[in-house]
Design a protein around this ligand. Structure first.
Ligand code: ZN
Length: 708
């Protein structure tokens, strides 16, 4: 397309049914954020929208699992996802939600427009039905024995134990999760989007018009979908959670829009809400041909964004996406990442372990952004390992980038009085001039890579420029020149030239790294004593970003090393989490649904007042040898520290509970367990799945506080 007048960038809407992991972050959010930050630095008109996908069976199922309402589920996870994304520097212009009224209105207008034009068809189909609960059953509402691994609690769409994708017909002894009875089949009428009618358009648009600019994995998946034959796709379903069909649509009672239909319309409703909030007009972003629309997604979303949603947009008279950059999957330590199997690192975990725990947690956000971009699964699946994370941070961010910036600042303070030294043009040699050429060339390379969605290669170019800076400084050795300054006073001019050039390079690095590592750039601006405006992209490549004689601040630590111990702890935590999940999944169903224990016989207040309950903080936790269930805890009771042995090892990894506050029975007689004297007992609540939870104050309070 010609140079766009404006950009609308979207990231796939995450389901608000649970925390999201680092694979999600690397797939659809981080690359989009890098792209958007680059466009903003170029002063383009750009809006970046996203939000929580709050409809569909994934939500209602989670509500059943957590024994609560769908509304409570989406409220909880929307808040979590929104804050996780913000903590990791994902700079949405709006993070909306599909349960908002404006979304329901937008989605219904869309449906009605297509329905009125005759673009949708109605068909009668057979669906699974629960006679007793009088309800149609989504695939997830049917469980049975997995034909592959024999797991008795496999879902109608997937077995969570072996990962196999299933359909309810494949389950042995299927039963409804609502009544426990075998489901029957019942006919129902639904609206369908006849994709088959649009195959000609899709083939021309995707496989011809975009054959050169769309990624090979996207083109390949689209082609194989079309070669399999496109089918009409149901737009509505029988469910009570979602966007209900309008009352005036005949036969629409009790039906909601199918979540795949309403979710992408969420991009439009989010844009509308953003426009209201910012007093702008949303329409050009979805109707003007000069708008460049780009959907960032993971590969499980290709068909929705490259085939189905474009058909909807075309029928509705909207612009079509210019590109649908999709990433492959990111695996984890040799296996597929999966939250349900416990083999994942949630964004929230990383934030708690690395970002919130330390001062300067921002540098750990950038460390993560660096590694995830460096291993981005742009063309094939890639793998996250904690060892790889450590290597990338220690040997590239710390040793190359951080080291270069730090050395430049230290030497400038030592040899140039803390100021930008002058440039003595007549003394410039080829190596000096080459650096300016390198800076400019790197800028152009990064631009062309970012504009073709090659984030990994673009980031490599920034680090490579820092590497060139290191080499240049190493060759020039200004610290050696300084040693013979008395005998050769002219050496100061050579020192000036070297550090002048090194400083112009650090300033340029701040501009170039900004889309990738925004917190680092901000810190570099502070060190250079310049305002963030220096980060405007037009400044990239300029040889005179800093004025001669300008005094600069002392260097600050940009990154820190990742220790072996941290790697070990994280790998251990991952293994423990997986084991805990497996144990929970293997428990028989009747044990999970244990009835609530009856209330014990009455006691007098005096009986109760004998128990001394106090708040304690866990200081350390270690496994007890040869005892699977026991953890040895050191707790702080304010007035003293104590050892307590607790049977919670199957439920908590030692490192995840350190720092947590608990309630302790402080006057319980000591008891020896596995040779260790336990002085007290920790109060635990057991949920109906058998999982234990700490009983804790809502916020941190003084250790030793009384509980009564
Ligand atoms: Zn299975």
């Amino acid at each position: 397309m010609n140079k766009p007048k404006r950009y609308l960038i979207t990231s796939a809407l995450p389901y608000a049914n649970g925390p999201k992991h680092l694979g999600h972050l690397a797939g659809a959010y981080l690359p989009a954020d890098i792209y958007v930050r680059y466009l903003r630095a170029k002063k383009e008109d750009v809006v970046y929208v996203c939000g929580s996908d709050e409809h569909g069976a994934a939500i209602t199922i989670q509500a059943i699992k957590e024994n609560t309402t769908p509304r409570a589920i989406v409220d909880k996870y929307h808040a979590l996802l929104k804050s996780n994304m913000a903590d990791l520097g994902i700079s949405f212009d709006i993070y909306h939600r599909t349960s908002e009224l404006i979304h329901h209105q937008t989605a219904l207008e869309f449906f009605t427009a297509l329905n009125d034009k005759g673009d949708l068809i109605q068909k009668e189909t057979e669906q699974f039905y629960d006679e007793e609960a009088k309800s149609f059953l989504a695939d997830r509402y049917i469980v049975g024995t997995c034909p592959v691994c024999g797991n008795e609690n496999a879902y109608g769409d997937q077995c969570e134990k072996c990962g196999t994708s299933l359909s309810p017909d494949q389950l042995i002894n299927p039963r409804s999760t609502l009544s426990g009875k075998p489901p029957s089949k019942k006919s129902t009428t639904h609206w369908f989007l006849p994709l088959d009618k649009h195959e000609g358009f899709l083939r021309e648009w995707i496989l011809n018009q975009h054959k050169d600019d769309w990624k090979a994995n996207v083109l390949g998946q689209c082609k194989s979908w079309m070669d399999l034959g496109l089918q009409p796709r149901a737009v509505t379903r029988d469910l009570d959670w979602g966007v209900p069909l309008p009352a005036n649509v005949e036969g629409g009672k009790g039906k909601v829009l199918y979540v795949w239909f309403d979710a992408p319309i969420g991009y439009i409703s989010a844009t509308r809400q953003w426009a209201i909030d910012n007093n702008k007009d949303w329409k050009p972003y979805w109707h003007d041909k000069d708008t460049k629309l780009v959907h960032f997604i993971g590969k499980d979303n290709i068909v929705f964004h490259a085939i189905i949603f474009p058909v909807m947009l075309k029928l509705h008279g909207n612009i079509l996406p210019d590109n649908v950059p999709s990433n492959e999957f990111m695996n984890l330590e040799g296996d597929k990442m999966s939250t349900s199997r416990g083999w994942s690192i949630e964004m929230d975990d990383y934030i708690n372990d690395f970002v919130k725990k330390e001062n300067g947690g921002d540098m750990m956000v950038d460390a993560l952004r660096y590694y995830l971009t460096q291993i981005a699964p742009e063309t094939k699946d890639s793998e996250f390992t904690w060892r790889g994370f450590q290597d990338a941070v220690n040997s590239e961010l710390v040793s190359i980038f951080g080291n270069y910036v730090n050395r430049t600042f230290v030497l400038m303070h030592k040899l140039c009085k803390g100021k930008v030294p002058p440039l003595h043009e007549t003394l410039l040699d080829d190596a000096d001039k080459k650096i300016f050429v390198d800076i400019l060339e790197t800028k152009y390379k990064i631009e062309s890579l970012l504009e073709t969605y090659k984030f990994r290669d673009a980031l490599y170019e920034v680090i490579d420029l820092a590497r060139k800076g290191n080499k240049y400084m190493q060759d020039k050795q200004p610290w050696i020149l300084a040693k013979t300054l008395d005998a050769n006073p002219d050496n100061q001019k050579l020192i000036d030239n070297c550090l002048h050039i090194c400083l112009q390079l650090t300033a340029n690095l701040a501009v170039l790294i900004n889309p990738f590592l925004p917190f680092t750039s901000k810190k570099m601006c502070y060190m250079h004593k310049v305002v963030d405006k220096m980060l405007d992209w037009e400044n990239a490549g300029k040889p005179k970003l800093l004025s001669v004689g300008y005094s600069l601040r002392a260097p600050e630590l940009l990154f820190r090393k990742i220790e072996d111990e941290e790697v070990k702890q994280q790998v251990e935590k991952l293994n423990n989490k997986k084991m805990a999940m497996e144990n929970a999944a293997l428990k028989p169903a009747d044990e999970k649904d244990a009835v609530i224990a009856p209330v014990k016989s009455q006691i007098q207040f005096d009986d109760f007042s004998k128990i001394d309950l106090k708040v304690a903080t866990i200081i350390s936790a270690t496994k007890v040898e040869k005892a699977d269930k026991l953890l040895k805890l050191e707790v702080d009771l304010g007035f003293e520290k104590r050892t307590i042995v607790s049977g919670i090892a199957m439920h908590f990894a030692p490192e995840e509970i350190v720092g947590k506050q608990v309630v302790v029975v402080a006057n319980l007689a000591p008891r020896k367990m596995r040779g260790i004297e336990s002085n007290g007992m920790i109060l635990m609540a057991e949920d109906k799945s058998g999982k234990l939870h700490f009983v804790s104050p809502q916020t941190m309070i003084d250790a030793g506080s009384n509980v009564s």
